[in-house]
Design a protein around this ligand. Structure first.
Ligand code: HPA
Ligand code: ZN
Length: 335
């Protein structure tokens, strides 16, 4: 029952790193195609290495995996595989993160990365009527200066990029470090989001809101310890893009039963469910819905709210949000 409802609900995915959709099979294929050495003899060996104990232990493997991405065609294949996969999950709109610095640091031009991704997004619009926006993420373990350089590289492709974001190693790299870069990005017309309160305390969420002036918080689950922040997120309806399977794999919570997303939903926050890095964390968006639903006993009404929130929290124009939400209303009337 639940599985059918989850499938039937049209959804938007708002927290998805395209580099995190690199499945072991594609990693292996691209390593061979591009003659890149990887320390694994088969896709099965790659899968066995995915044993993480925190965010950093994941990031080390994730950046290493991205080395096989060399040409525009590779970025196209990567993105198309993801879009094809989530079309099967009834995803109608995606807002995709990409990490240009992971690639430019290896000598891959910004243009190579973005043109490959964009061609796949255009194909999904044509073939699936799936809409999309791109979000450029700065790697927070790198310097402010490097973030500024990346922002400048992005300017010729401004019309393809909706927002900027902030990801990578959180603790020790607070949002404050990027206040000036985000200000400049805003002046260039970009919207903004930031990973905050994934592993680091609630103060990082306050900084993202007050200094970076973000429209959404990615993860944000550490808000649970700050009542004032919870009230603020509720009053302003600032969305949290929550990623249940990611949080369990990276041991933010010990088990899915301990995940706080239902508590936050009950408190009236605008919570969405997303997959983060599905090739590494064991499931795409519907699997995240399913595992959360089973372990937290989410009701049908809560699943509907989560799907509606995904559009409400998106950067789509209001009339498109309304159209998607109307479709959910019509669907629930007929089931
Ligand atoms: N957190 C921070 N950086 C990331 C993540 C994440 O969950 N996934 C990919 N880069
Ligand atoms: Zn993320």
């Amino acid at each position: 029952m639940t599985q059918q409802l989850i499938y039937a609900l049209p959804k938007a995915e708002l927290h998805l790193h395209i580099e995190g959709t690199l499945e072991p099979e594609l990693m292996f294929k691209l390593a061979q195609r591009n003659k890149i050495k990887i320390p694994f003899a088969s896709p099965e060996e790659i899968k066995k290495a995915y044993d993480f104990h925190n965010l950093q232990s994941f990031l080390d493997i994730y950046y290493q995996g991205a080395n096989v991405l060399q040409n525009s065609e590779d970025f196209f294949d990567l993105t198309w595989e993801y879009l094809r996969r989530v079309h099967q999950d009834n995803v109608k709109h995606v807002e995709i993160f990409f990490d240009p610095q992971t690639h430019t640091a290896r000598g891959i031009p910004f243009e190579t990365v973005i043109t490959g991704i964009k061609q796949a997004l255009d194909k999904a619009q044509r073939e699936y009527k799936m809409s999309s926006y791109l979000i450029l993420c700065f790697l927070r373990h790198l310097s402010e200066e490097e973030a500024f350089a990346t922002l400048n590289q992005a300017l010729p492709f401004k019309h393809w990029i909706k927002a900027v974001g902030l990801d990578s190693s959180e603790i020790g790299h607070p949002p404050q470090k990027f206040e000036r870069v985000f200000k400049q990005a805003m002046q260039e017309g970009f919207l903004s989001v930031a990973h905050a309160g994934e592993e680091a305390p609630a103060d990082y969420i306050w900084q993202a809101l007050e200094l970076l002036k973000v429209q959404r918080i990615d993860h944000g689950v550490q808000c649970i310890n700050d009542d004032k922040l919870i009230d603020y997120l509720k009053d302003k309806q600032i969305p949290l893009t929550v990623c249940p399977l990611s949080n369990i794999k990276l041991k933010v919570f010990h088990s899915m039963q301990e995940h706080t997303l239902k508590k936050l939903l009950d408190k009236g926050l605008c919570i969405t469910i997303n997959s983060d890095d599905p090739a590494y964390f064991g499931g795409y968006i519907n699997q995240n819905f399913q595992t959360a639903a089973e372990n937290l006993h989410l009701t049908k009404a809560e699943l509907i709210t989560l799907a509606k929130n995904s559009f409400k929290a998106s950067f789509l124009p209001e009339h498109e949000k309304t159209q998607h939400i109307e479709k959910i209303n019509n669907l629930t009337l007929s089931t």
